[in-house]
Design a protein around this ligand. Structure first.
Ligand code: HEC
Ligand code: HEC
Length: 381
């Protein structure tokens, strides 16, 4: 394949994205691969010889979606990964749903897994999944029924991981790798655009202390979800077991007593559980004890005193709080709670949390966490 390597002109959004990536700073940035302009892709789409281990898309549509041996063989076109065929997910992919999704500017998401036939996922004692080498997790983000990006999180044969985003073309038939991230202008009814994270930024959230993949854990997957063949609601973990995804003796049965996250959008669920599930999904990949770098441990199930935010002074005071008594969470006083002020802060600014991967404030998330802080009378829960 004639690889066209283009030197990108650093646009303002690119620089901002890079700065936000630095600010997040929770994970090592990888040197970025040569960039392919999604709106001016290479014309030659034949498979290069060094991608023999990657998935392929034979004419009968039975493509396999498996990770290439090493990061340098990740294809530039989504069709070359075998994960999507003619703009649709490969029939070999196994769909899954999570209890508490990451909120990404209101996008709807579909998620899939592909595990090599001769290998299996190992569930750890804390319920976290370890993917065997060769596996690919797939997430496609859409707005108004229009696919924007497909993200692949892969584990290579040498055990390393790569996160890659592919931006869809207007015809919705092909998607192009965007190693440095991008901002798609005018996207959304508010026309605020759409931010595709860089490959380095994937690893700011998909961190080693959170075991790289994030939704692939019992707390997220223990739920009822439709069987892809019949549409009937079934126990999702049992379905994944029957599909042969787990290694012998290392399936969900090894981790008993992991509490499932509630769906934070379900108003029938208790307020505290909804708020804590929200913080788990949207914040704890960076804010967890093992990370050491980011404040607190926001995982679901960590008792409130150990979360490290309630009545705790902020490490960073922002200029706009001058003179105000602010702690990270002040029971009963959302207006004096830095955690909430940061969630409500305009994305792109210094205060905004999460610091990347969105261009909008999540009003429902802010309302949920506000109601929870209002409901707290002290830090003992
Ligand atoms: C702001 C933090 C954040 C960033 C940035 C991010 N992710 Fe994720 N990602 C998550 C969370 C949290 C989940 C699990 C919840 C969900 O899927 O809604 C997830 C789930 C996924 C999944 C499904 C498998 C899994 O781990 O649960 C894939 C695939 C994925 N992300 C790929 C990527 C890629 C590729 C990038 C970079 C282009 C990226 N992500 C950037 C937070 C992030
Ligand atoms: C991509 C990683 C990442 C994600 C996701 C993330 N944060 Fe942060 N957060 C950081 C970093 C880095 C800092 C600065 C270091 C610090 O003070 O913890 C920070 C700082 C903070 C602070 C200030 C802490 C202090 O002591 O001053 C709060 C509060 C906070 N984040 C809340 C949240 C909340 C709430 C969410 C989810 C809605 C979230 N963060 C998601 C990386 C992240």
């Amino acid at each position: 394949m004639k690889t066209r390597i283009r030197t990108r002109v650093a646009t303002l959004p690119t620089i901002l994205t890079a700065l936000v990536g630095l600010y997040a700073g929770c994970a090592l940035e990888r040197p970025s691969a040569p960039s392919v302009d999604p709106w001016d892709p290479p014309k030659d789409t034949s498979l290069p010889p060094d991608q023999s281990a990657a998935g392929s898309a034979p004419a009968d549509g039975s493509a396999t979606c498996l990770a290439p041996g090493a990061a340098d063989a990740v294809p530039d076109l989504l069709s070359e990964t075998g994960c999507y065929v003619n703009g649709a997910p490969s029939p070999t992919l196994v769909p899954f749903e999570v209890n508490a999704p990451l909120w990404t500017d209101g996008a709807s998401k579909t998620r899939f897994l592909s595990v090599p036939p001769d290998a299996g996922i190992r569930v750890g004692p804390d319920g976290d999944f370890e993917l065997p080498p060769g596996s690919v997790a797939v997430k496609t983000l859409s707005l108004d029924g229009h696919k924007l990006e497909t993200r692949l999180f892969m584990r290579h044969l040498d055990g390393s991981y790569t996160g890659v985003a592919y931006a869809w073309d207007a015809a919705q038939r092909e998607a192009y790798r965007v190693p440095d991230g991008d901002v798609l202008p005018e996207v959304g009814s508010d026309r605020k655009g759409w931010e595709i994270p860089s490959e380095g930024q994937c690893l700011s959230c998909h961190t080693a202390p959170s075991h790289m993949t994030l939704g692939l854990e019992l707390a997220q997957l223990d739920r009822v979800a439709p069987d892809p063949d019949t549409g009937e609601p079934v126990d999702q973990l049992a379905r994944l077991s029957q599909a042969g995804l787990f290694a012998e003796g290392a399936g969900p049965e090894v981790a008993t007593g992991v509490a499932p996250l509630v769906d934070y959008r379900d108003v029938q669920q208790p307020l505290e559980a909804r708020a804590r599930a929200y913080l788990h999904a949207n914040c704890s990949s960076c804010h967890l004890e093992a990370q050491g770098y980011c404040t607190g441990d926001m995982r679901f199930g960590v008792p409130l005193p150990d979360v490290g935010v309630c009545d705790e002074p902020p490490k960073q005071r922002l200029p706009e709080w001058a003179g105000a008594a602010v702690s990270l969470v002040t029971p009963g006083a959302p207006e004096a709670s830095a955690l909430l002020l940061r969630m409500a802060a305009e994305p792109g600014g210094q205060a905004a949390m999460p610091p990347l991967g969105r261009r909008r404030v999540h009003d429902d998330g802010v309302a949920l966490v506000k109601a929870w802080i209002e409901s707290l009378s002290d830090c003992s829960q």
